[in-house]
Design a protein. Structure first.
Length: 210
């Protein structure tokens, strides 16, 4: 993900869902390139363990407890990061949930929660970050979507719909922000061994499609 032509040396990187899985793996890579990272997650114990891990590796990490479903907490979190480090250079919207089940078992609340975390949370993080990017003459936004945001996946309708929304939003703002030296990247990974599947929620009985 990290192109060699972009230097992370001294950069301030915000990673949502940074306390485990892909988020923590990205934080390790950023720290290895001498970035300073701020990890956003809900669980204070997981945040503490993640930051201890990064510190042992020689990294500089700030744990920020934040419920990404609450816009006010996102605003406070970004403000705290800027106050602590003196600015913000990179945002990685990585936090996500996986819920699996047939449409008959999915409720409106399931779609709303997926949209809140996969679309609205990145929207609010980006909205809070852009003024700080402008003050520094530019910045980078990385939105972690999914192959499920390009190809619809049966029995994962809330996840797929919300990831499609994130990918569309990311594409829409790319050209607008490029003129301000704010670069937007959309990442669409397939299945990864990050442990995220262990936190998936299942509803109803799923039929296998071949």
């Amino acid at each position: 993900m990290f192109a060699s032509r972009f230097s992370f040396d001294g950069k301030i990187v915000l990673i949502t869902g940074g306390s485990r899985g892909l988020g923590l793996a990205l934080a390790r890579q950023a720290c290895a390139r001498r970035a300073r990272v701020a990890l956003l997650a809900r669980d204070p114990n997981e945040l503490a363990r993640a930051c201890d891990d990064l510190t042992r590796l020689g990294g500089v990490a700030l744990p920020v407890e934040c419920d990404l479903l609450e816009p006010a907490q996102i605003e406070q979190a970004v403000g705290r990061i800027v106050d602590h480090f003196g600015g913000l250079d990179v945002v990685i919207n990585n936090a996500g949930i996986i819920e699996v089940g047939p449409l008959a078992h999915m409720k409106r609340a399931d779609f709303e929660k997926a949209m809140m975390l996969h679309f609205w949370a990145p929207y609010h993080v980006i909205s809070e970050a852009i003024p700080h990017f402008r003050r520094r003459g530019g910045g980078r936004i990385v939105n972690i979507s999914s192959i499920g945001g390009k190809i619809a996946v049966p029995h994962m309708a809330p996840y797929t719909a919300s990831k499609f929304a994130l990918a569309g939003f990311s594409d829409a703002i790319r050209a607008e922000l490029a003129r301000e030296n704010i670069h937007v990247t959309t990442v669409t990974p397939g299945m990864m061994r990050t442990g995220s599947q262990g936190f998936a929620k299942f509803k109803g009985c799923c039929l296998l499609y071949t």
